[in-house]
Design a protein around this ligand. Sequence first.
Ligand SMILES: [Fe+2]
Ligand SMILES: [Fe+2]
Length: 169
Amino acid sequence: MTVRNASEGILSDDKSAQREELIELLRKAYWMEIETVMSYIANSVNPDGVRAQEIIEALKTDITEELGHAQQFANRIKELYGVVPGSMDFTAEQSYLQPPDQQTDIVHVIKGVIEAESGAIEHYNRIIEFTDGIDYVTQDMVIGILGDEQAHRRLFEGFLREYQAEGLA
Ligand SMILES: [Fe+2]
Ligand SMILES: [Fe+2]
């Protein structure tokens, strides 16, 4: 393998420790996106009722975006000389997005989505800070993804407001 010198930034040999740390942050992001895809598929099918339809449509759109994010994180892991993990490494964390007892409980779904998006926003802000001055390509990619997550959360905060205004949440 050729020696990669300091002028190559994050890809240089003397940055291998930082690169490993960054790859670990990206792996976590990758799993978060994968789990969100699972949770949003379930929650775009399970809800019942007239008011559920808007939530279902919004989640269906998000599934495609979250899947795209997972692929972006996977590609970036490889570009940084990491390996995209296999499914046996996966650990579920989204306890708040499990199916509610009643499938008409839309508030449960809305709150769960807001929590998932907030978790992503927090983790991606951390990556943006970590990459500052180190890896602008990853930073630029994650800034774009962060914008998507902010838009997702804002949409669901709007849904929640409607329920709160009516004293239902
Ligand atoms: Fe995402
Ligand atoms: Fe999202």
